[in-house]
Ligand binder design. Structure first.
Ligand code: DC
Length: 244
């Protein structure tokens, strides 16, 4: 188990927010810029959803899902063709199914179960490795890394978020309709925000950024600037070190 000394010594930046707000892209870009590790916590819940389907476990079977979560055999492998990460479950590539809208719904359903969240907690904290970690999800700043040096909470209207998702899917040649996407996105956010354990909510000490009118480059710059200030406050970097 990761002890508190280790968790406190390594800087963590958390990026939370609802679906489709740009967390994943922003987290990846910031992590690449800093040379830090990255945790895509949503991918863990997405894989668990796929494991449940594969093993015929219902999305509300708490004990069976907890057991699956404890023994989950996952690999995240770099995909040299797309630059994305391939998600491998028990030796099988499940990236496409896990990343689909249905995969998101399955993830959100299994993620609402407290035992599942407890079973995945240490696995997430183990990503905290030197020189630092960028963690993206729903409860990174509130539950998993409450000591984070900086907590960001991204927001944008459901329409804007669905629009972005629509464009992404179209670019990948996947046919979807926009009103259907808005509906799915709102349903998922409602479930993620209203669950009893670790709901989607900004930490009290999070900096909120509305990304509705920001491109990814501006988002990344804002986060890096805020991080630099936070690290200075903690004495991790000196005031004359540039943020770029
Ligand atoms: O970030 P994402 O869209 O890949 O996440 C998929 C689902 O997983 C999301 O709808 C809720 C759940 N999730 C969660 O409960 N807690 C997290 N830290 C990350 C994701």
């Amino acid at each position: 188990m990761m002890n508190n000394m280790t968790l406190n010594a390594i800087p963590v930046l958390t990026i939370d927010g609802p679906s489709g707000v740009g967390k994943g892209t922003a987290a990846l870009r910031v992590a690449q810029h800093l040379g830090w590790h990255i945790l895509d916590s949503g991918a863990l819940y997405r894989v668990l959803g796929q494991a449940a389907i594969k093993h015929g476990v219902a999305f509300d079977a708490a004990d069976a899902l907890e057991a699956l979560a404890q023994g989950l055999e996952i690999e995240f492998l770099p995909d040299s063709h797309t630059g994305d990460t391939r998600i491998v479950l028990e030796g099988t590539d499940v990236t496409q199914a896990a990343r689909s809208e249905e995969g998101g719904k399955a993830a959100s359903l299994v993620a609402a179960i407290p035992q599942v969240r407890a079973a995945l907690l240490e696995r997430q904290q183990a990503f905290c490795q030197a020189p630092g970690l960028v963690a993206d999800g729903r409860d990174m700043g509130t539950v998993v890394f409450p000591h984070a040096v900086l907590k960001i909470f991204l927001t944008a209207s459901p329409e804007e978020r669905a629009n972005r998702r629509y464009k992404q899917l179209k670019e990948k040649g996947i046919d979807v309709n926009l009103p259907g996407l808005v509906k799915q996105l709102v349903e998922r956010d409602t479930r993620d925000s209203q669950r009893l354990v670790a709901p989607l909510v900004a930490a009290d000490d999070a900096i909120q950024i509305d990304t509705s009118h920001l491109d990814i480059e501006s988002m990344v710059q804002k986060i890096l600037t805020a991080l630099h200030t936070a690290l200075q406050h903690k004495g991790v970097v000196s005031s004359n070190q540039g943020s770029q």
